[in-house]
Design a protein around this ligand. Structure first.
Ligand code: PEP
Ligand code: MN
Length: 340
């Protein structure tokens, strides 16, 4: 249930009203916008009479929320959520008109590789460096990532370029080595690993939650809800292509999910054109489409030598191709009234 308050409701009155509601067994999520305060009630509201609540002198409107996701629902929080990352001297924002451009290799492979890619993507204007060190591979015989050693190399790349870091966490105990990581990625394969999501709800870092290979939008939003219900409201959603009957591309980019998610949730929505297509030559068009569709950012694979990459070379852009794309994306961002 959502309770939109009248504009003249004072902080004291709101606090007293919230306490009365909470005594009835619900949690009240207070969202203060520039013009209106909205109360989001989470829990069992079946015993609440909308008309009786609507008659309260502070209340402008009562809405019953049909969707199972509450905290992620835009009705609960009408304004866009901005994810703010402070890393050393760098301050980056994703959402609310600010685009986050995350770029880097699928996997960290060596010090030379990650430093070279980090410098190149930074020079091209990326705001974050990506690099997997724990890799969820389809085959157990494929490169599984460098593990903890790769973390040290990511830290070195951060020291060199000041770029904040994004890396994938597969198991909760790996958090021990995630000190230098600024945004924790939950991969498509783990989107419904509810124990992992619950643990990340207790974490203070932003979570980049990728849509599962065959997950519906509601399932994605419910996965976000798991993290948010645990207390971590800093969730970035990522469309990375879904499984369909079509197999010319690695996955099918569900571009219309971007405006749909933007309507349904206040959380930032980014797109991964690399895993969505699996083909480097398709990545620029998919990236442009994502920005034109209203995405709040992109996560793009870039490798200094795609042909010898240990993972996902066929979908990785060269630093030159990435730099060209960034020039074009600036124009798309301007058209959308966004900045990066
Ligand atoms: C990745 O970003 O490297 C990755 C494994 O992506 P996904 O979980 O979307 O397959
Ligand atoms: Mn990859």
């Amino acid at each position: 249930m959502i309770i939109a308050l009248k504009q003249d409701a004072s902080d004291d009155e709101i606090a007293r009203f919230t306490a009365v509601l909470e005594q009835r067994g619900v949690t009240v999520h207070v969202s203060r916008g520039t013009s209106q305060t909205v109360l989001g009630l989470v829990g069992d509201t079946s015993g609440f009479d909308s008309e009786a609540i609507g008659a309260h002198h502070l209340v402008a409107k009562v809405i019953r929320v049909q969707e199972p996701y509450k905290r992620a629902n835009r009705l609960f929080h009408p304004e866009d959520t901005r994810i703010s990352v402070q890393s050393g001297t760098e301050h980056q924002i994703i959402g609310g008109g600010m685009l986050g451009i995350i770029a880097g290799p699928c996997s960290v492979e060596s010090e030379d590789q990650i430093i070279a890619v980090a410098k190149a993507v930074k020079a091209a204007g990326a705001s974050f460096l990506r690099g997997g060190v724990f890799k969820p591979r389809t085959s157990p015989y494929s490169f599984q990532g460098m593990g903890c050693e790769g973390m040290n190399l990511l830290a070195a790349a951060k020291k060199e370029t000041a770029l904040p870091l994004v890396s994938e966490l597969m198991e909760i105990h790996q958090l021990e080595v995630f000190d230098e990581i600024d945004i924790i990625q939950v991969g498509a394969r783990n989107m419904q690993n509810y124990n992992l999501l619950k643990e990340l709800g207790k974490c203070s870092k932003p979570i980049l939650l990728k849509r599962g290979l065959a997950s519906t939008v509601t399932e994605l939003l419910m996965a976000a809800e798991y993290i948010m219900a645990g207390g971590n409201e800093q969730v970035i959603l990522c469309e990375r292509g879904i499984r369909t009957f079509e197999n010319f591309s690695r996955n099918t980019l569900d571009i219309s999910v971007v405006p749909w998610l933007k309507q349904k949730t206040h959380l930032p929505v980014i797109v991964d054109p690399s895993h969505a297509t699996g083909i480097a030559s398709l990545v620029p068009a998919a990236a442009k489409a994502a920005i034109a569709a209203g995405a709040d950012g992109l996560i793009i694979e870039v490798h200094n030598d795609p042909e010898s990459a240990l993972c996902d070379g066929e979908q990785s852009l060269t630093p030159e191709a990435f730099s060209d794309l960034m020039g074009t994306l600036k124009k798309y961002a301007e058209m959308e009234g966004k900045q990066f």
